[in-house]
Design a protein around this ligand. Structure first.
Ligand code: ARG
Length: 457
């Protein structure tokens, strides 16, 4: 039964199907009832409803909520949307009085309210999962402070780092994601209820009262904006996209770090699958799926950006299309975060292979140049000398610490025996104890700071 249409002829079966949103907005039933109860409490407080009327409506709404939760009441998917369903169900139960619920309210502020309540709840769930992931990363970082590995730029061996420093880079990314969620939450935390269709109401409602009851910091400032604003949904979709981007970058690296070419890490069987034809295969499906699902989460953001473009004030039915991308994005990110944490914690780190790999690719070439600089050779000159040494080393297929001192002397007579200590990988690492650097000392500071930051959230 429609909540509208006194003067209209009604929809055909197909246009009704096309128009309705209950198939997906049914998940908002708790938010819808919560919002209605706050609305009714307020209507009774300001004497638009009597105490008794307020009580009957409130109690019946509560009962409807329980009945849906206990599966005693099925949501009727023939209704137009969840708002229609709840209101019609209430009227079925208490008759004419149910029809008073919608006084001084429109579905425009109602659906905006429901979506904000749902978004708040979801943001908190994602926040918890992000926090869990950050804690796991800190733990992994603490356990791998001595695990040397090559650091890459352009995917080429660059300079030495540790798995601990490497994984903490992701700790920082996910921490920024967490801060973004917090900041979005502040803008989200305003109550649109009472904006009604677009221009509030002639009734003397109290929007501050419903704001307080529903846990919002305040009512939204402008009623036209309130029913047409989907910025907060877009913010969530963007935040989610960045979370997925970070997850995806990490997955991408772990996927090739787990290949036989690298063998830096090994996924637990719990996160791997086999092949139906190749008996030897172990495929990192979960990591690949997270990487793949990043595409759909980006798609969700793009969908709503395009829907909102050129949308005139105030409410338009286009906005009904906001829900599926939002729900999809939230569910996807939540599940990916949920998988990422145990997948990371169960990852086997192959310390030996990482170290072996760190000895290749002349990671200490910059150190050799720095060595010369310390002996007062200008950096550009030192860079050129070491370039020649590296060319020679490639030709004879030797690492820098395998080349004899006499040979070094041919490139510059400044070289002496102390160079070997200077370019030792471990020393090269520990010298990089600049704030933010890979030396054990510096990573410990990063770990401590991140721990403090998440504690002070
Ligand atoms: N199902 C609608 C939505 O999700 C509810 C609002 C309908 N309002 C209206 N004026 N038709 O956007």
């Amino acid at each position: 039964m429609y909540l509208w249409g006194g003067h209209l002829g009604g929809l055909s079966e197909f246009t009704h199907e096309f128009n309705k949103s209950i198939d997906f907005d049914k998940v908002l039933f708790q938010e819808d009832i919560r919002g209605s109860i706050a609305h009714v409490n307020m209507l009774a407080k300001v004497n638009i409803l009597s105490e008794e009327e307020g009580k009957i409506i409130r109690e019946n709404l509560r009962q409807i909520l329980l009945d849906i939760k206990d599966k005693k009441l099925d949501i009727d998917l023939n209704e137009e949307d969840i708002h229609s369903f709840i209101e019609n169900e209430l009227t079925k139960r208490i008759g004419k009085l149910g029809k008073k619920l919608h006084t001084a309210r429109s579905r425009n502020d109602q659906c905006a309210l429901d979506l904000r309540l749902y978004s708040k709840k979801s943001l908190n769930l994602i926040k918890d999962k992000l926090l869990d992931l950050i804690k796991a990363i800190i733990e992994i970082s603490e356990d791998n402070l001595d695990v040397l590995m090559p650091g890459f730029t352009h995917m080429q061996h660059a300079q030495v780092t540790t798995f601990s420093h490497y994984i903490m880079a992701y700790g920082q990314m996910f921490y920024r994601d967490l801060l973004r969620l917090e900041s979005t939450f502040e803008r989200l935390n305003e109550n649109p209820l009472g904006s009604c269709a677009l221009a509030t109401t002639s009734f003397n409602i109290d929007r501050f009262m419903t704001s307080q009851e529903l846990g919002f910091s305040k009512p939204t400032e402008n009623s036209m904006d309130s029913v047409s604003d989907r910025d907060y949904v877009l913010e969530i979709l963007f935040n989610n996209s960045l979370i997925m981007m970070h997850l995806s970058r990490l997955c991408e690296e772990l996927i090739y770090y787990s290949s036989s070419e690298y063998s830096y890490v090994k996924f637990s069987d719990k996160f791997s699958t086999g092949s139906s034809i190749m008996p030897q295969k172990k495929n990192p499906d979960m990591a690949e799926l997270i990487r793949g699902k990043t595409g759909r989460v980006y798609g969700d953001l793009n969908t709503l950006l395009v829907i909102m473009k050129a949308s005139p004030l105030s409410y338009n039915k286009d906005f009904q299309e906001d829900k599926e991308p939002l729900f999809d994005s939230i569910n996807t990110v939540y599940n990916c975060l949920k998988i990422m944490k145990p997948m990371l914690l169960s990852l086997k780190i192959n310390k030996k292979n990482m170290l072996k790999s760190a000895h290749k690719g002349y990671l200490n070439a910059t150190d050799l140049a720095d060595y010369l600089v310390n002996k007062n050779i200008p950096f550009r000159e030192a860079y050129k000398i070491v370039g020649d040494v590296v060319n020679y080393a490639i030709k004879v297929d030797e690492a820098l610490d395998e080349i004899d001192l006499e040979i070094y002397k041919k490139f510059s007579d400044i070289f002496d025996d102390s160079l070997y200590d200077f370019i030792d990988l471990e020393n090269s690492l520990n010298k990089r104890d600049v704030y933010g650097g890979p030396a054990k000392k510096a990573v410990k500071v990063q770990i401590k700071n991140l721990k403090d930051n998440i504690e002070n959230l």
